[in-house]
Write a new protein. Structure first.
Length: 410
């Protein structure tokens, strides 16, 4: 088995852990304050600033220190095999809007990178969800038909550039990959200045909705008409922490990365048992293969090192990776109906917004959230807002599903 490093370290964060922005040192007033400098918070801040608002982003650590700095780096609307299932459970229109929103997110990221000239290794790639199990092929064909009918760039294929055989795959063309931290640094640089701010090492300790509302840190506070909680899971206010526990559940996912024997293109994931999420990247001339998976309900993890070992063995067996240079893990949240939660924090909130439960696909879904939040804050129409509405799920009705996830994980 390949050697594994002793300590966890994200490849994306390796060169980007220093602080570039000041700490909030005094009271401030802006139009909108955003808590959290991951992809959701910074994209929301960027879009609001572009639409003429003065914004402040408060980050408790440094830009990208959260889950965005530990992602795989795929930007796609193909979130495993979901479209036939979404259509069956939620109806054709919601499935269509989910796909359309995530395709629009790819374009939005592309447009920001172009406008701000962000050097983040943005590369258009085909994404594949594949199976090595002949019995699953009919299901994959059905997914390709449904996704194409919903307007997505989907086709069923029998082969992929993977260095091993498959039985079938759904391919989405013109998806993308990028260096998430370099992208966030580009966003932060565009946000900071001209009456807008990014603050690092500024933990928000309390949030008050109102006219205006305010967020407090130990040192200073920021008052603003609108407040967005973009902390991946809403940890504040205290009541939200409890309430949202009933709407979403955390899963921990693991990644190992090392140099593969051969180069190949594309982005891959498989729902098959013992198959993983695969992304080859070439950055600054160096080749690296990311292999991710082994997810578990957070807190019910069992042996973490055994999970890394299984990923490393897989990387060696299928891609000839002999040394693992990086290993890391983080958690993301899943809503019970498979759609993120974006909108007012509570049904009665006046100017307090949330974006969470990105289903492990927050690079695109977090960007969708930012586009929805910009429109809600600007009182403009947004055709995806109802489908993603954070208040559509009922906490009491969710209790049996929460219990099932923890008692019968899997
Ligand atoms: C292993 C793994 C692989 C993944 N791969 C992919 C992928 O390939 N493609 C994809 O689309 N998605 C992927 N995801 C999911 C995606 O990374 C996340 O959904 C997304 O990064 C969430 O972004 P965010 O901005 O909402 O949260 P975060 O990036 O976590 O940002 C939240 C920020 O809020 C800050 N914060 C928290 N509390 C406070 C406070 N009180 N005051 C101030 N700041 C605070 C945190 O420090 C953090 O920086 C993956 C997730 C995991 C775990």
């Amino acid at each position: 088995m390949p050697n594994l490093p002793d300590t966890e370290k994200s490849y994306w964060r390796e060169a980007y852990i220093t602080s570039l922005y000041p700490k909030l040192a005094e009271d401030l007033e802006v139009d909108a304050v955003i808590v959290g400098a991951g992809i959701t918070g910074l994209t929301t801040a960027y879009l609001l600033k572009q639409s003429g608002l003065r914004v402040a982003v408060l980050e408790k650590r440094t830009v990208g220190a959260g889950t965005t700095g530990r992602t795989t780096g795929k930007v796609t609307s193909q979130h495993n095999l979901i479209y036939a299932d979404l259509q069956r459970r939620l109806g054709r229109e919601k499935a269509r809007l989910y796909g359309e929103a995530n395709q629009a997110a790819i374009k939005q990221i592309n447009d920001i990178i172009t406008a701000e000239k962000i050097s983040c290794g943005w590369q258009r790639e085909d994404n594949y969800v594949y199976t090595a199990d002949a019995e699953q092929v009919a299901r994959f064909k059905q997914e390709a038909v449904v996704a194409a009918e919903l307007g997505l760039p989907a086709t069923f294929v029998n082969t992929t550039p993977l260095p091993f055989g498959i039985k079938g795959a759904v391919r989405f063309t013109d998806q993308a990959t990028m260096h998430p931290i370099r992208y966030l640094q580009g966003l932060a640089a565009a946000v900071h200045g001209d009456g807008s701010y990014v603050f690092e090492n500024s933990t928000v300790t309390s949030i008050q909705d109102g006219k205006p509302g305010s967020v407090k840190t130990k040192v200073g506070s920021v008052s603003a008409k609108d407040i967005v909680v973009a902390t991946n899971v809403p940890t504040l206010p205290l009541m939200a922490r409890g309430g949202y526990c009933l709407l979403e559940y955390p899963t921990q996912s693991y990644i190992v990365a090392g140099e593969p024997e051969k180069e190949f293109a594309g982005m891959y994931i498989s729902p098959d048992e013992h198959h993983y999420s695969i992304l080859p990247v070439t950055m600054n001339g160096a080749r690296l293969l990311l292999v991710g998976g082994e997810s578990n309900i957070s807190g019910l993890g069992g042996n973490k090192e055994a999970r890394y070992s299984r990923l490393a063995q897989y990387a060696e067996k299928h891609f000839g990776v002999t040394t693992i240079d990086y290993k890391w893990s983080d958690r993301d949240y899943l809503a019970y109906d498979g759609i993120p939660l974006v909108g007012k924090l509570y049904p009665w909130s006046e100017h307090l917004y949330v974006a969470t439960a990105f289903m492990k696909w927050g690079l695109s879904n977090g960007t969708v959230a930012a586009m929805i939040l910009r429109d809600l804050i600007r009182s403009e129409q947004n055709e995806w807002a109802v489908t993603f509405n954070s208040n559509r799920l009922k906490p009491i009705a969710s209790i049996p599903r929460v219990a099932a996830k923890y008692i019968l994980p899997g």
